[in-house]
Design a protein around this ligand. Structure first.
Ligand SMILES: NC(=O)c1ccc[n+]([C@@H]2O[C@H](COP(=O)([O-])OP(=O)(O)OC[C@H]3O[C@@H](n4cnc5c(N)ncnc54)[C@H](OP(=O)(O)O)[C@@H]3O)[C@@H](O)[C@H]2O)c1
Length: 324
């Protein structure tokens, strides 16, 4: 028996329940993990509200770090007591212990704590594929990152800066602007009171940017299109304000032969070799000190509902973890 968060119906944070659950013995290719820290991510909100539908009742959470406490038949890569971390499907990380497929887990380097591991796997691997794969940021690029003081945002600002880019970032308050600036964002824009399209045009002397990383969705879609230079890439990777309207191909033509993509981390780490490459590069930039993982909020796992209220209420910055 272990404790876990479960929900039986979609809705507000109050649907999250702290309950006893049975954890089965690991099957072929599976391991049982005792979590030391669990990551909080915006995708957890999408599952809870039903924006991303799944069969109910269900668990929640896609990211954690902990130790291996049991190993199923056929697992040779992981031993009892081994330190691991993951960002993986299906949801179920909001638990003291769980069973998970061994191939979706990676070994956590000794120099990275369980708390850091839980805070960085999902947001950090997302930053990796966005900056190194979806659009390969290079020195001299000027890029636009929305929600720059958030979990993914602060990692992206630091990493892009280390790559030699100039980073323009949108944030919801002056405090968040100062935080983004301290983490490599050259030009924070407080988009709750400033016109971010106009500011991007000023900063780029009218040229626009070659790439926009937009996780805000519905509210920023039109403005993000306006920020792009001809042949620019619109990377839509989240929907904090709701899903985008259907994409009108003519908009891409009229804004200058633009490209549009809607990537997800889980496609990028589908193959084990890609998971190892992406997580390895993330561990490397953290160990070099190019990217610091700021754990700005800690909650007891049983209080996950409070964590969701803060995340949805735009009261969090950087990464947040839940402690089992
Ligand atoms: N596709 C993928 O592979 C992938 C992977 C990871 C994350 N994501 C997406 O990336 C985004 C960031 O994730 P995260 O976990 O790091 O969260 P986060 O950025 O720490 O939190 C979301 C931020 O979005 C901003 N926001 C603007 N309007 C909002 C609204 N109406 N409600 C709530 N927040 C609003 C807030 O920042 P301001 O106050 O500064 O505006 C808020 O702090 C999410 O959209 C998530 O779904 C996508």
């Amino acid at each position: 028996m272990t404790k876990a968060i479960r929900f039986e119906r979609i809705g507000g944070p109050q649907v999250l329940q702290w309950v006893d659950v049975d954890v089965p013995a690991p099957g072929v290719g599976e391991i049982r993990v005792r979590h030391h820290a669990v990551g909080l991510n915006f995708i957890d909100v999408y599952f809870r509200t039903g924006l991303y539908p799944q069969p109910l009742p269900a668990g929640l959470g896609m990211e954690a770090a902990g130790e291996v406490v049991d190993v199923g038949p056929g697992v040779t890569d992981f031993a009892l007591g081994e330190r691991i971390a993951y960002a993986a499907r299906p949801p179920g990380a909001y638990a003291q212990e769980r069973v998970i497929t061994a191939s979706s887990v990676v070994k956590l380097p000794q120099s990275i704590s369980y708390e850091q591991g839980a805070a960085m796997m999902l947001q950090g691997m997302t930053a990796q594929y966005l900056l190194r794969r979806t659009y390969r940021v290079k020195a001299g690029d000027t890029i636009l990152v929305h929600a720059a003081a958030g979990g993914v945002g602060l990692i992206m600002c630091q990493w892009a800066k280390a790559l030699g880019a100039t980073v323009i970032g949108t944030v919801g308050s002056d405090e968040k602007a100062a935080l983004a600036k301290a983490n490599g964002c050259d030009h924070p824009i407080v988009y709750t009171r400033e016109d971010f399209v106009q500011r991007v045009k000023e900063i780029t002397a009218g040229r626009g940017v070659p790439v926009v990383y937009d996780s805000i969705g519905k509210d920023t879609y039109a403005g993000s299109l306006d920020c792009l230079a001809p042949f620019g890439l619109f990377v839509s990777f989240g929907n904090a304000t709701g899903p985008l309207p259907p994409i009108n191909a003519a908009d891409l033509a009229n804004h200058g032969s633009l490209y549009f993509t809607r990537p997800t981390l889980f496609t990028h780490i589908m193959k084990r070799e890609d998971l190892l490459q992406i997580s390895g590069e993330l561990f490397d930039v953290v160990q070099r000190g190019w990217v610091r993982i700021g754990i700005h909020q800690r909650y007891a796992l049983r209080d996950a509902a409070d964590a969701h209220r803060d995340l949805e209420g735009r009261r969090t910055t950087g990464s947040s973890i839940l402690l089992p």
